[in-house]
Design a protein. Structure first.
Length: 110
């Protein structure tokens, strides 16, 4: 079950594109999106996060150039839906995945 207060924030970036970020009650961002031309597209992507969040096969853990772990949530068509923050270890990324699984299904959209 998601913590009370988990939410998707849909917002316009400085570049004019629209993004979402999934935040937990503490305000920590646990997943962020690519840019979308339309606000409605970013809002639809939040539903895709909900649809895919519970499927462990939709998470791909990687390492960035600095050697830190992160993960992508990917749709069943292999397109990236959202990307996590960087974590010091693969275990941290696993905890992040678990947080998305708990938060996304019940998160509100702002």
């Amino acid at each position: 079950m998601a913590k009370a207060g988990s939410r998707f924030e849909v917002f316009a970036g400085k570049n004019g594109k629209f993004y979402f970020r999934l935040k937990v009650q503490s305000g920590e961002i646990i997943l962020s999106s690519q840019g979308y031309a339309l606000r409605s597209s970013a809002r639809r992507a939040t539903q895709s996060v909900r649809d895919h969040a519970s499927d462990s096969a939709c998470y791909v853990t990687k390492k960035n150039k600095a050697g830190k772990s992160f993960f992508n949530l990917v749709a069943r068509n292999s397109k990236v839906i959202g990307t996590s923050q960087s974590y010091a270890s693969p275990a941290g990324a696993k905890k992040g995945i678990d947080a998305v699984k708990r938060a996304a299904p019940k998160a509100t959209i702002e």
